[in-house]
Ligand binder design. Structure first.
Ligand code: AMP
Ligand code: GLY
Length: 429
């Protein structure tokens, strides 16, 4: 059997979890991660290439005879890494998991995503889009809505582009800041104003090649920095999978009303799509509504869904690329995964890097995925805001959470912090 050389692009906890899983595949030959972190280097080989440096990626892929490229984060996708491969004589037959630029617009432009959802009858909140020239119309539209007001910068704004305002006055100031004062630069040249959806949020995932799709486990993410969902938004402070309030009936609705029409909509619109679909959903009284699309897996959702997938992940990727996805039946672990993120003090604001991490060997009952780490000599040091994702699997949510918290408290670096309430709101469901 011919074995596969894989290049995985990215450097976070999501990529460590994907790399950890790929490394278990009997179909794998060599696994490279660009640029990776101290954790990915323990399950594969890191290569010091930035995911947006397509020319350097090309040289590496050709030299090392890479057979398959997996793109972790959105930025290389929105910048067109997949198109770059397809337009290059040497690379065009090397499959890329991650959509081309046209499909990546589902994440790259909120206005595009909303138009797509409305066109294909996918449940989402009512909305209108405004630019600097239609600021007055934006004010008028705000007056037709009730508090709270949801304002979204159209483009990528490093996860900060959504602002929820309590009063009409705040919303008017925010809209002016975004459109007229360029608050998020180019990203807020257009702003989507959207109906507020009152419900509980969760993340659903699928992988598709534009015709077939496979639904992956869902997860709940904890976005705020503080206990009790307080303080500023982060990339995500922890995750739980499965989600107790997303039972079979609800997930069936997600597949029928959201996943299937999204894949069909892409096909009808002639948008090729090979990669992950991430549905940011609101469960509104038992019905799913889409609040956003992403074109990649979530972080830290990946760190709790990947450990629950029993099926060979490389087999799933190869089947996606070879048009055989429908032959795969996903096997999942029925246990609950709880992921707790350890971050640098000060994150999501300013924080220090380079702090020596100790106690990693003590977390024996958990999986330790590195998010922002690097190594110097024999030490592992912090190298980002989110530093480590600690995941535990157990027969029930309570035990999974307790195990991750126990492991997290054994790992130490100066000024480290983690939320001790991840998943606790879900225990009574
Ligand atoms: P997004 O970047 O689109 O995920 O939005 C960031 C956060 O804003 C989401 O995780 C939700 O908590 C919240 N949000 C976005 N859209 C809505 C909406 N229409 N109604 C209520 N909350 C929303
Ligand atoms: N955890 C949310 C995201 O990856 O966007």
């Amino acid at each position: 059997m011919k074995k596969t050389n894989v290049l995985l692009i990215g450097s976070g906890g999501r990529e460590h979890a994907i790399a950890w899983k790929l490394a278990q595949s009997p179909l794998l030959d060599q696994l490279f991660i660009a640029p990776g972190n101290a954790g990915t280097n323990s399950v594969g080989t890191n290569v010091p290439i930035n995911g947006n440096d397509f020319e350097s990626i090309k040289l590496f892929v050709v030299e090392k005879k890479v057979h398959l490229v997996i793109v972790g984060p959105e930025e290389p996708l929105v910048r067109g890494i997949h198109d770059f491969f397809l337009n290059d004589e040497l690379l065009k037959n090397i499959p890329v998991i991650g959509p081309q630029k046209a499909g990546a617009e589902l994440e790259g432009s909120k206005d595009f995503a909303k138009q797509f959802m409305i066109k294909h009858g996918i449940p989402t909140g009512a909305y209108q889009t405004f630019s600097k020239d239609t600021l007055a119309e934006g004010f008028a539209f705000l007056k037709t809505l009730n508090s709270p007001y949801v304002l979204k910068a159209d483009g990528l704004a490093a996860g900060k582009g959504v602002v929820i305002c309590k009063t009409l006055h705040e919303a008017e100031i925010e809209l002016t800041d975004m459109l007229a004062n360029h608050k998020f630069g180019k990203a807020s040249e257009m702003v989507v104003i959207e109906e507020f959806l009152d419900g509980i949020e969760l993340s659903a995932f699928a992988i598709t090649n534009g015709r077939e799709y496979l639904v992956l486990p869902e997860a709940k993410d904890y976005k705020r920095i503080g206990v009790g969902d307080s303080g500023p938004n982060t990339g995500g402070m922890g995750s739980i999978s499965p989600v107790p309030f997303a039972g079979d009936e609800f997930m069936q609705k997600v597949e029928e009303r959201v996943i299937k029409p999204t894949v069909e909509g892409l096909r009808k619109d002639g948008i090729p799509y090979q990669g992950f679909l991430f549905f940011g959903l609101m469960n509104v009284k038992g019905d799913p509504f889409v609040i956003e699309y992403n074109v990649r897996l979530g972080d830290p959702e990946t760190e709790s869904i990947i450990p629950r997938i029993k099926t060979d992940l490389l087999e799933i990727f190869l089947a996606t690329a070879n048009g055989k996805l429908s032959t795969i039946k996903l096997e999942t672990d029925n246990r609950t995964a709880a992921c707790v993120m350890i971050v640098s003090g000060g994150y999501p604001g300013e924080y220090a890097k380079g702090k020596v991490i100790s106690g990693l060997e003590l977390a024996n009952n958990s999986l330790v995925f590195h998010a922002g780490t690097s190594s110097i000599d024999d030490s592992i040091i912090s190298n980002g805001g989110r530093v480590l994702a600690i995941t535990s699997l157990a027969d029930n949510l309570k035990t999974a959470i307790a195990t991750s918290l126990e492991s997290a408290s054994q790992i130490k670096f100066e000024n480290s912090y983690f939320r001790n309430d991840i998943g606790k709101d879900l225990i009574e469901f």
